[in-house]
Design a protein around this ligand. Structure first.
Ligand SMILES: Nc1nc2c(ncn2[C@@H]2O[C@H](COP(=O)(O)OP(=O)(O)OP(=O)(O)O)[C@@H](O)[C@H]2O)c(=O)[nH]1
Length: 390
């Protein structure tokens, strides 16, 4: 019996005994009528039937393998939703608790009720602008829908928040990488936000996909940063290019490009210093790096990913605004979402910065850095509440 038939039997639940019975019958059949004794016309017919059967088998084989692939895709999607759900557990529980507290004091819709909602949103790091917008929507909707009971108020709050999440987060664009040839990703952000580990996690994921990655230690300011990148490079299997402490970061980028070209690498990831206190220097440094990349690789897509630590809340937002003035940030990596109870920061980033979040960090493991997905994010944050309201 062919391997395909055996796999098919596993799918259709055919038992081993049945398999053996079919094999026995097949053997008996071929014994009963030796091929030599078959007449030419019958022989032709048999060949025709066999060809048809083999075509059908090919078709079924393709069908089964598509079905298996689809099943694997669905399983992966479920896993991804679970990762967001786990990563946002603190924020989700805190949001549920805050809304329950708010509703516990509910008597009727009045000014105090809206003030409580505004405080709750500010405390969840939603940001001032978005808080006022949400509060205005709630006031209007509460009137239109004539909200009177606690249950109606709860439904209105959850529905409005889910809508806001869906509408205020810029659509996910992914990272722009060249199909062929080298792509450059520049990472900016202050010390301690998770820049180096983000580079390592992403490098690991790209290497797993079969891409070749070179890392450049553009933060030449601190010996620790250079060493750390070397350690990660060794661990994930990426070449690391660096200079002496105090070296020119643009020269490191130049060397990184050279090394990447020579070794046929697909992606060059550049770590940079995040000295916001010396904005002028930082700006000049980043401009010089851009110029080098532009000159050496005019066709290469360049991404400037700003890494922000979600646990620092409004500080992260202030940093982001300053970096935005300093360089052309193309996207955000929001780390340590697992460590904050204030999932609202994602709304503030969308509303106040207008920058797409490209990755979110849910922990310290390699696979804890995930491509951002607004639906999964909203699900992770609101699943408990939605289950409660529906
Ligand atoms: N819980 C959690 N920890 C994270 C996450 N991302 C990074 N970290 C941790 O944050 C700490 C700082 O990360 P680094 O990558 O060293 O930060 P950095 O921005 O490179 O900092 P410097 O090297 O000081 O510039 C490390 O202990 C990381 O493991 C995350 O998504 N969740």
């Amino acid at each position: 019996m062919s391997l395909f038939q055996r796999i098919k039997n596993v799918f259709t639940g055919q038992s081993k005994q049945e398999e053996e019975k079919v094999s026995r019958e097949e053997a008996e059949l071929s014994e009963e009528q030796p091929v030599d004794e078959v007449k030419p016309a019958e022989k032709e017919k048999i060949i025709e039937i066999e060809e048809d059967a083999s075509q059908e088998e090919d078709q079924t084989e393709r069908f089964v393998s598509t079905a298996v692939e689809e099943k694997e895709d669905i399983q992966e999607e479920i896993e991804e939703v679970k990762r967001f759900d786990r990563g946002l557990d603190k924020s989700s529980k805190s949001l549920k608790r805050r809304i329950n507290e708010l509703l516990a004091n509910f008597r009727y819709i009045d000014e105090e009720f809206f003030e409580d909602i505004e405080n709750m949103l500010i405390e969840s790091d939603v940001g001032f602008e978005a808080t006022l917008e949400i509060s205005d929507i709630l006031r209007e909707e509460a009137k239109i829908e004539n909200v009177r009971t606690m249950e109606d108020a709860e439904e209105l709050i959850v529905k409005t928040l889910v809508d806001i999440y869906e509408n205020s987060i810029p659509p996910y664009e992914g990272v722009h990488l060249n199909e062929e040839g080298l792509s450059v990703l520049l990472f900016v952000g202050v010390n301690g936000v998770g820049k180096t580990t983000t580079i390592a996690k992403l490098a690991h994921q790209y290497i797993e996909e079969g891409k070749k990655v070179v890392l450049a230690a553009g933060d030449t300011f601190r010996a620790g940063a250079i060493e750390q990148l070397h350690v990660w490079g060794d661990r994930v299997g990426a070449d690391v290019v660096s200079s002496e402490i105090g070296g020119d970061p643009a020269a490191v980028v130049f060397d990184g490009i050279k090394q990447a070209k020579e070794t046929g690498a697909d992606i060059l990831m550049v770590d940079t210093a995040g000295r916001l206190q010396n904005k002028k220097n930082l700006m000049l440094e980043l401009e010089k790096m851009h110029r080098v990349i532009q000159k050496e690789l005019p066709e290469a897509p360049q991404e400037v990913l700003l890494v922000l630590d979600a646990t620092t809340g409004q500080n992260a937002l202030i940093q982001a605004k300053e970096f935005k003035q300093t360089t052309d940030v193309t996207g955000i990596v929001l780390t340590k979402m697992d460590g904050t109870a204030k999932g609202g920061i994602i709304i503030a980033i969308g509303k106040e910065l207008g920058l797409p979040v490209k990755f979110v960090g849910f922990g310290e493991k390699m696979e804890d850095l995930r491509p951002f997905d607004a639906d999964n994010f909203a699900y992770g944050l609101f699943s408990d509440l939605i289950e409660e309201t529906v």
